[in-house]
Unconditional design. Structure first.
Length: 305
């Protein structure tokens, strides 16, 4: 008998909030949206799709109201047999309200619902529940409460099929952030090393996510005093950010001006932070000349804003 399971997850749009065109709703990032999800209804795997062994991704676009309900749901792409089931489930999702200037405001999000039949996927529902809770507690700063939940998410993630490297990357990244925030820096290094391993399996080498993953590991290395390792990871993070910016500029024509500028600003802000951190490590290593070069790059970004 086939084991039928599925998972719903937000598409990664950018590492931070993106702003859409004038007059349009604010578009939220994958990470922020996931941490606001408080009630997930899993889709029913269509019997016809199961018999025909149809798997795949359904892309949807939704509006999340001031109250956190889903409306304005629109199918973007996906197998016709899977579309209705995905829409029926997502229509029932509930979110914590998104705030703008202290008031609840509607937002627009692109999401995906994946349908899988492969063995091991039976753990997806439990994993997603734990991972969403872990992310939510991290966002709220409840690190002590997040720790056991994040560790449970890792245990479930490790049971997932090999094709779910991106989920395993996320699980170890969250656990590493919890450990780092609690001062368990050696544990954080181990978690971030595993995050990097899964990121290399699931992310393009020049994606902003790779930049963040390298930066996570760099900061953990720095906290343990492993400055050479930190230096190498910061250099890798810079390279990933530079490649991501080039890729963004290559698809500028496909974005609205406001969306492009919003995403570019987030990339530059992340790059600026990485450069400043890298310069600090270089100075600690006694590499003054190299530190000054990196600081000049950071200053140039700051002046361009």
């Amino acid at each position: 008998m086939l084991v039928k399971r599925y998972i719903a997850a937000f598409c990664l749009v950018a590492a931070v909030i993106c702003v859409s065109g004038a007059g349009e709703l604010r578009r939220i990032s994958n990470e922020e949206a996931r941490t606001h999800l408080i009630n997930r209804v899993e889709p029913v795997y269509p019997k016809m799709a199961e018999i025909a062994h149809i798997q795949g991704m359904v892309n949807l676009e939704i509006t999340i109201t001031e109250e956190g309900s889903v409306t304005g749901l629109r199918a973007v792409s996906g197998h016709p047999i899977l579309l209705q089931s995905a829409m029926d489930a997502v229509q029932q999702w509930k979110f914590q309200p998104f705030m703008e200037e202290g008031k609840a405001a509607p937002v627009r999000a692109a999401i995906k619902v994946d349908f899988f039949l492969e063995p091991g996927a039976e753990f997806l529902g439990d994993y997603r529940t734990r991972e969403d809770e872990c992310s939510r507690k991290l966002r709220q700063g409840d690190f002590a409460e997040a720790e056991p939940v994040c560790h449970e998410a890792i245990q479930l993630a490790n049971k997932l099929p090999a094709s779910f490297a991106a989920d395993k990357m996320r699980a170890y990244g969250n656990a590493g952030n919890v450990a780092y925030r609690q001062g368990n820096v050696h544990e954080a290094v181990e978690d971030f090393q595993k995050q990097l391993s899964f990121a290399e399996q699931s992310q393009p080498s020049g994606s902003p996510m790779m930049g963040q993953v390298h930066a996570n590991l760099a900061r953990a290395y720095e906290a343990t005093g492993s400055l050479q390792d930190a230096h190498e990871q910061y250099a890798a993070a810079e390279k990933a950010q530079e490649t991501a910016l080039i890729e963004l500029e290559g698809r500028q024509a496909k974005l609205t001006a406001h969306a492009f500028e919003g995403i570019k600003a987030s990339y530059l802000q992340n790059t600026h932070t990485i450069l400043e951190d890298h310069a600090r490590v270089l100075r600690r290593m006694g590499k003054t000349s190299e530190a000054e070069t990196v600081e000049q790059k950071a200053a140039a970004i700051k002046e361009s804003k």
